[in-house]
Design a protein around this ligand. Structure first.
Ligand code: PGA
Length: 250
């Protein structure tokens, strides 16, 4: 069975109740082949509930972050149990903004990933290198270290989707070329084959993220190892996100 193409929308700390309703209505009225294409959106925490209740059931809803403890004195954190209560079936982990601004180490990201999976929440695990790493030829070292931390704690990868997001391409308008993205995706798949299993390498979806829009998504989607997108800015624009869904390689 092939890998089902996945288009994810990461709203980050953007939007409003009004915009959430607009984006939900837009998705509710679009048509695509749900056997071949999965769509997941990640609104800010306060809107998760209203989005889940108003959004068609075949579109997934994701948190953007989660904590690795079930409950307790952890002011400001969010438990996987809250997500399950609200029928939120996904979370992102390890987004580069969390790694950079909130100092989440590879180990913290791995702990969150393992805890979410053990709790029954599916994970979009983000990884990616900074510009200086790409320019000094360290892309694979950085990305593989991020993945290894997770592989040390996670044995069952069934509910993991990897999002490769080069930091230099996020929110910059500077998208990776289809060849650059394909090369790194293929390297990640090879790493999975050698360090996890051939099965996990063959079945794990690897999304590309970083300045994906309605124009550049078609050529990216055509690459053999690109199994979908994690879209930031363009996921807040209904027509643009609809175009990305329409350009999915299905
Ligand atoms: P962008 O963000 O599409 O705005 O570059 C992608 C992401 O950070 O997930």
């Amino acid at each position: 069975m092939g890998r089902k193409f996945l288009v994810g929308g990461n709203w980050k700390m953007n939007g409003s109740l009004e915009l959430a309703k607009t984006l939900v209505n837009s998705l509710n009225s679009q048509k695509w082949n749900t056997d071949l294409l999965e769509v997941v959106i990640a609104p800010p925490f306060p809107y998760l509930s209203v989005v889940r209740e108003s959004l068609r059931k075949d579109v997934g809803v994701s948190a953007q972050n989660v904590y690795f403890e079930k409950s307790g004195a952890f002011t400001g954190e969010t438990s996987t149990e809250f997500l399950k209560d609200l029928k939120i079936e996904w979370t992102l982990t390890g987004h580069s903004e969390r790694r950079e601004y909130f100092h989440e180490s590879n180990e913290i990201v791995a702990k969150k990933t393992a805890h979410a999976l053990a709790s029954g929440i599916k994970v979009i695990l983000c990884c990616g290198e900074k510009l200086e790493h790409r320019e000094s030829g360290q892309t694979n070292d950085i990305v593989f270290a991020q993945l290894k931390a997770v592989a040390d704690q996670v044995k069952d990868w069934t509910n993991v989707v990897i999002a490769y997001e080069p930091v230099w391409a996020i929110g910059t308008g500077k998208v990776a070329t289809p060849e650059q993205a394909q090369d790194t995706h293929a390297d990640i798949r090879k790493w999975l084959a050698e360090n996890v299993s051939a099965d996990v390498a063959a079945n794990t979806r690897i999304l590309y993220g970083g300045s994906v829009n309605g124009k550049n998504s078609a050529s990216l989607a055509g690459q053999a190892d690109i199994d979908g997108f994690l879209v930031g800015g363009a996921s807040l624009k209904e027509a643009e996100f609809a175009q990305i869904i329409a350009n999915a390689n299905v």
